[in-house]
Design a protein around this ligand. Structure first.
Ligand SMILES: Cc1cc2nc3c(=O)[nH]c(=O)nc-3n(C[C@H](O)[C@H](O)[C@H](O)COP(=O)(O)O)c2cc1C
Length: 249
């Protein structure tokens, strides 16, 4: 009964799509590269890459060799600079400044970058406990939502995976499918999933560089997690998570 779903992994659909009918071909404006902020929302500037002082330069080979899924985290908080590094590594613009491009540190089909990054900051120096959204074009955070029982909500939303509520920060990625559909129509969904893999792998490698660890989490309660973020579950919904914390030895 599941075999029909295998087509999701194939690209046969591309031959069936009339690309002259996509939103892009019809001349419709492309959806914004980054979800707009509510009017008046305060942007929390993150330390820029050329100002980082305590980000080591682990050899890539060592980061790759050392990478593993880590689920035991130390009590230690992440420094804001370290969070800035992880956000840059996973979604940062490839060239700094007010560039009018959308090239990031991770690849994306058609450079559409159809995901948004939320961080449930539980122990990050300089940040109140809350969920923030990363703004790649500004290299800044905007506070999104506060829940007094954020830890419990993260655990409940991941079917009891306790380390999701014990991390210093849990990354939560959503998809905004329209960004990809604008160009690729029905051929969008597989590539959105592929893009998420690149993002999470960069997070794993970047964590190795700062003595932290991450664990990819794809087993979560869709409706519950969408509710935690307050996204509508249709035009934007959670697709992947990764708790991050300093490694406890
Ligand atoms: C797509 C994907 C989904 C995953 N989902 C979960 C999860 O929900 N919970 C969990 O504990 N680990 C999850 N993992 C981590 C895997 O269990 C882990 O990668 C695997 O055991 C191999 O270990 P390693 O990453 O240390 O090499 C996931 C990994 C991937 C790539």
């Amino acid at each position: 009964m599941y075999k029909d779903n295998r087509d999701f992994l194939k690209d046969s659909i591309r031959k069936k799509i009339d690309f002259s009918k996509t939103a892009q071909s019809r001349g419709l404006a492309q959806p914004p590269w980054q979800k707009p902020c509510p009017p008046g929302a305060e942007k929390i500037a993150l330390p820029a890459r050329d100002k980082w002082q305590g980000i080591p330069g682990l050899k890539l080979e060592e980061a790759i060799a050392g990478r593993k899924s880590r689920r035991n985290f130390a009590e230690q908080a992440l420094r804001l600079e370290e969070l800035a590094f992880l956000l840059w590594a996973t979604q940062g613009l490839r060239e700094a400044g007010a560039a009018r491009h959308n090239f990031r540190t991770v690849p994306s089909a058609g450079c559409r970058h159809a995901s948004e990054t939320y961080v449930a900051a539980l122990r990050v120096e300089g940040l109140e406990k809350a969920i923030y959204r990363y703004l790649p074009l500004d290299h800044a955070l905007v506070e999104f939502v506060r829940h007094p029982d954020l830890e419990e909500q993260l655990i409940r939303g991941t079917f009891g995976q306790a380390f999701c509520g014990k991390a210093a920060a849990t990354f939560i990625w959503t998809a905004i499918p329209e960004r990809m559909e604008w160009r690729y129509g029905g051929a969008s969904y597989k590539v959105i999933a592929l893009d998420a893999g690149h993002i999470c792998q960069n997070l794993y490698l970047a964590c190795e560089n700062i003595g932290a660890g991450a664990c990819a989490v794809a087993a979560y309660d869709q409706e519950e997690m969408d509710k935690v973020l307050g996204v509508d579950g249709r035009d934007e919904f959670v697709i992947y998570l990764a708790p991050v914390g300093k490694v406890s030895f």
